[in-house]
Design a protein around this ligand. Structure first.
Ligand SMILES: Cc1ncc(COP(=O)(O)O)c(C=O)c1O
Length: 399
């Protein structure tokens, strides 16, 4: 498939902002959606807009079938053992909160320890802080190595007899480096500690085999991987999901309800309380099909990496091309990140600027915020070159 064919599937790319062709480089925040995703959502909204798992009529069974087929598709995509290990949520944040709450209820006591890394998104920090506050547990923080990756040796030094769970990112949304997750998980398992891996960025850029990698929990959002917003996945090993209580109570997550005693449905239904996002969840199928078969041209990653590291006015965070995804966070000496982003927006280039929901990492790096350019398979080398050209112009205007 040519790049033009790929771009033709994403009509959102073919628009002008301030009269300039859009160059969308904020893919790590939310990716654009292909026609297959938009059309499927439209089709289901028009032909199968009925609540799932409840009524016996045709529309309801069509909606249920699309939803449950998606669960099986995601199971296969992740190589999970059972489809019941796939829980649908509203996104990575909801998935992580579910585990922090329910795993915490079952297994965390006062004085126990939870480990997160300093490179986590707020959604893989704050739910654990809330849990620690509730239980009187202790949050320990794994630092990054010099280039930005997490080290299994450093993690092993932090693990103690009191460690109940480790929660780390597959790929940081700031540093853009693939962490050695297999080795990190192996260290935890050596000490009998389960691991939650935040895959919000990881699922977009790598093939994930949860069994081979040994993940206990894996969380991601649909909207970053080309699916509709408000969709997300929590993968959890069956024995763990079975062992933890529900997160939210409501319709469909029960076996029987009475004022004397209520019993809960089996995994995964016990975690899917209330009406689910049933017309959007099936968009995960065409979205993951796209993600699994496309990658950003490695020449773009190399080119942007080289240009940003060569330029003395720029400091790139997350270095080393070997583990790099096409995501670049950087500071410009003498210029505020927001000013650069505003100027580049007027040139048609959509960048992210600020703390990127990773304030502890910003503190660790000694910055108040950064600029971030993140590429997707539909971005072209011409766009990459235009980005570098415009960045140079914006810096020259300010510095
Ligand atoms: C690494 C990482 N984790 C978690 C999240 C949270 O995702 P969401 O807001 O879709 O729940 C993000 C979003 O930026 C992310 O990049």
């Amino acid at each position: 498939m040519t790049l033009k064919n790929i771009r033709d599937q994403f009509p959102a790319l073919d628009q002008k902002v301030y009269g300039k062709p859009l160059v969308y480089l904020d893919n790590a925040a939310t990716a654009q959606r292909p026609d297959t995703v938009v059309e499927l959502q439209k089709k289901l909204s028009q032909s199968a807009n009925a609540n799932i798992h409840r009524a016996v009529h045709k529309l309801a069974s069509d909606a249920t079938e699309a939803y449950e087929n998606t669960r099986e598709y995601v199971r296969e995509y992740l190589n999970a053992q059972y489809s019941s290990e796939v829980v649908f949520t509203s996104g990575a944040t909801a998935s992580i909160n579910l585990v922090a709450h329910s795993f915490g209820e079952a297994f965390v006591r006062a004085g126990d320890e939870i480990i997160v890394s300093v490179a986590e998104h707020h959604s893989n920090i704050v739910p654990w802080q809330l849990l620690c506050q509730r239980k009187g547990a202790v949050l320990k923080v794994l630092d990054i190595e010099k280039n930005g990756v997490l080290s299994p040796d450093s993690l092993e030094k932090l693990i103690s007899e009191r460690t109940k769970i480790v929660a780390i990112c597959h790929i940081s949304n700031v540093l853009g480096l693939v962490n050695p997750v297999r080795e990190l998980v192996a260290v935890c398992h050596k000490h009998g500690v389960p691991v939650l891996v935040d895959g919000a960025q990881g699922i977009v850029h790598s093939k994930v085999d949860v069994q081979e990698l040994g993940f206990d929990f894996y969380a991601f959002s649909g909207h970053k991987v080309y699916a509709s917003t408000g969709t997300g996945v929590l993968y959890g090993k069956k024995d763990l999901l079975d062992a933890i209580p529900p997160f939210m109570g409501g319709g469909e997550m029960i076996k029987s309800v009475s004022f004397k005693s209520t019993t809960f449905a089996d995994t995964p239904t016990k975690f899917e309380a209330g009406t689910q996002n049933f017309n959007s969840v099936p968009t995960l199928v065409p979205a993951l099909e796209f993600a699994g078969s496309m990658e950003t041209d490695p020449a773009i990653t190399e080119f942007v990496y080289r240009k940003l590291t060569e330029d003395e006015r720029i400091t790139l965070y997350g270095t080393g091309l070997e583990d790099k995804i096409p995501l670049f966070s950087f500071a410009v000496k003498g210029a505020h990140h927001e000013d650069i982003a505003l100027i580049m927006d007027k040139m048609g280039i959509a960048l992210r600027s600020g703390q990127m929901c990773a304030e502890p990492l910003m503190d660790r790096l000694g910055v108040t915020g950064l600029l971030r350019a993140s590429f997707a398979p539909y971005n072209t080398m011409e766009e990459a070159k235009f980005f570098i050209e415009c960045l140079d112009k914006a810096i020259n205007m300010l510095v």
